[in-house]
Write a protein that binds this ligand. Sequence first.
Ligand code: CMC
Length: 418
Amino acid sequence: MCSVVNFNINGYHYKLPVIYGTFCEKAINISKLRESTGFITFDPGFKNTGITKSSISFIDGEKGELLYRGYPIEQIINQCSFIETSYLILNGELPNTAQLKSFSEKIKKFNSIHKEINKILDNIPNSYHPMGILSFLTHILDAFINNSLREEDLYLHLLAKLPILAALTYRKKIGLPPTYADPHLDYTSNLLKMFFSIPNQSYELNPIISDALNKILILHADHEQNCSTTTVRLLGSAHAGLFASISAGMSALWGKLHGGANQAVIEMLEAILKSGGNIKKWIEKAKNKKDPFRLMGFGHRIYKNFDPRAKIAKKVAENVIQQLGISDPILELAKDVERKALQDSYFLEKKLYPNIDFYSGIIYQAIGIPKEMFTVMFALGRLPGWMAHWKEMKLNKDPIGRPRQIYIGYKKRNIKKK
Ligand code: CMC
């Protein structure tokens, strides 16, 4: 393995150091490039830019593999709960029994919000999208948290309070009164109860639903330098606070090309169904470069093979629908769209496979979560990843994120008023 790369620019010879990751991912360290050559690199969308060294998750996009702290996602999904996964992602190792108990109890200690938050929520127009509300409430939560708390406690506060904010947002939308956390329940069961319990009625937990929710949250827990995580790290690099950074990450996640794709997928599938189910026509539309439409839930910057999360999500969707004894024409349609797209040379040549968002909405619908809340569920799942990256960014002492540009505007000129 080479430790430097040699190159020539205009007859001058330069050397730049090379750095390697655990799986021999290699990068040319260009941090001194401009200083020594006068050149910067140009990489819109950061397609070839590593912004940090990280040990939280690893994607092998060619093989379609995902590891959390070294553990394959397929093992985590079958052997861990979401809260164990959160501990793993935040702290680097899986918890033992005592550590898990203490982590869960500490989260429960922070399982309430200031009553002012309810008043603030009451004043937000009901027409506002739940992702906007969640991002706003997460930001303002900072005003109600004791500033002298240890950083580790801030993570626990967010893990405890985000489900409450999500549930309150949902309940306000549908006209249900505010709810409280139930300290006797585990994380996902509590989340379900906070969402769906109705005053003066006992809430019956369904273990099938609880298990499906647990799995879908795990699938979202981290995904290296995606758009929202990079947003969180960028804000943190400017020494913005944790809540402001996470709130900004949520806003990035809301975008349709990122987490907002889960809502867009179901809307697309419903539109296909409504327009007569002619899948071929929609696939042609997605291939047409003059049409801005894209097959939502397909394609990924890193995966050039199946997204392993999509494979698991498909199975979870099939299981939950079968176990609940419901029939879902959208699931059948989604499988048909996948089959037909993967027979099409456009998708094969461009290596466009279903991503996590293709099947996740079907799981949420089976659980009873409405479309507008899908990306909120993604945010609940991604929270440990965002926080772990924020923590890592601080430990790494990453410098403030500040890219350069190639200016193509006017040359220097003088104002001449007419
Ligand atoms: N439908 C049709 N064509 C597509 C699609 C699609 N879903 N995705 C990519 N392409 C084409 C694209 O037009 C381009 O073609 P060409 O080379 O001829 O110009 C080529 O494939 C490469 O696409 P790209 O946009 O340069 O790739 P990217 O890495 O910049 O974008 C993506 C990745 C996920 C934004 C994109 O695949 C996409 O828009 N997918 C649909 C939205 C979606 O499902 N997003 C969820 C992503 S996974 C979860 C998450 O991160 O939140």
